[in-house]
Design a protein around this ligand. Structure first.
Ligand SMILES: [Zn+2]
Length: 331
């Protein structure tokens, strides 16, 4: 019963915040020059809303899960993204639950910003918005996992809607990640996926909580040319960028199939996954908005944005020169 009025209020709140930002940047060029590319208040506000108890842990198939999909859809619509897979930004899919073989419906939310260059190559920037739901009275709010990545995906899309990229970028809010990467798998197996020349997947899952300000870029072990690009991206002094968690055979330390980049890698699409080490809130009811580390989160989101920009500038040369020769590279 809370759903419709709550969503309207929250969408208006974030829309107003966004408008305030526009007015400020248009009226004061000095502020515009020094203003970070991602507005920290907007970034945090998405997480505060998505990880609030009203969303009941955003489990796929639940009312809270539908609220989360609606929220992502409405934000993408306000930012001005085009639908990529159907007439609407919301792209439903069905799958069989592994736990009880029930048919469930998930809702990916997929938007596109068209590129300005001739290249047909497309970059995907993704984050899953679903989480674990409730167990008894306990709500798993999933602030870091993965309201954080969802918020960054939305704000990165806002940046590119104002600063058009060379390559087209698909922004994907995936559903049912927690049930086994089901939204990403459905997308990779869909006719929508095959109609695009998808050449790179950048996935964010848990990027807001690190006491040591450590962000991992995982995946370049499989696609070494990507590492050089990432290493050249400027980053805030207090952000430690680490590579790793992509060594085959290292058990749960290998994150290659730990989130939505997995299905892309399976069909040979180069990927970079951004995330933090597990923390006490991981898959616990204590993964709350109050426990994220806001300065680190903002810097991590800015760094991912800078990385997407760097790949947008270099994608064709990077892929043509080295990736096409790799075993497992996209054919
Ligand atoms: Zn996650």
């Amino acid at each position: 019963m809370l759903r419709a009025p709550y969503l309207i209020v929250s969408v208006i709140a974030v829309a107003l915040l966004a408008m305030t930002g526009c007015i400020r940047s248009n009226t004061d060029s000095v502020i515009r020059q020094v203003r970070p590319a991602i507005d920290k208040e907007l970034l945090l506000e998405h997480v505060r809303i998505l990880a609030s108890d009203d969303f009941q842990g955003r489990r796929t198939g639940s009312d809270g899960g539908a609220m989360a999909a609606d929220y992502v859809r409405n934000q993408m619509a306000l930012i001005g993204l085009m639908a990529a897979c159907s007439e609407d930004l919301t792209w439903p899919f069905t799958f069989e639950s592994r736990r009880d073989q029930q048919q469930l419906t998930g809702s990916n939310v997929i938007g596109l910003i068209a590129g300005s260059a001739e290249s047909t190559r497309v970059i995907v920037v993704s984050a899953h918005f679903d989480h674990l739901g409730m167990r008894g009275e306990e709500i798993f709010n999933g602030a870091d996992d993965n309201a954080s990545g969802t918020a960054a995906m939305l704000e990165i899309s806002r940046y590119f809607s104002e600063n058009p990229p060379r390559h087209s970028i698909i922004f994907a809010g995936f559903d049912a990640e927690e049930m086994g990467l089901r939204g990403a798998s459905a997308f990779v197996e869909s006719p929508c996926f095959s109609q695009f020349d998808i050449s790179l997947e950048i996935n964010m899952d848990m990027i807001s909580r690190s006491d040591r300000s450590e962000l991992y870029a995982s995946g370049p072990l499989h696609y070494p040319a990507l590492r050089t690009v990432i290493e050249d991206v400027s980053r805030p002094e207090d952000l430690s960028l680490l590579f790793g968690h992509d060594e085959p055979g290292s058990g749960s330390d290998d994150w290659t199939f730990a989130s939505d980049h997995g299905p892309f890698h399976q069909v040979g699409i180069p990927f970079v996954y951004f995330g933090v080490e597990d923390h006490p809130g991981y898959h616990n009811p204590s993964d709350d908005f109050e426990d994220i580390t806001p300065a680190f989160f903002h810097h991590a989101a800015e760094f991912v944005l800078n990385t997407v920009e760097a790949f947008d500038a270099t994608l064709d040369s990077v892929l043509d020169s080295s990736l096409d020769d790799l075993p497992g590279a996209h054919e």
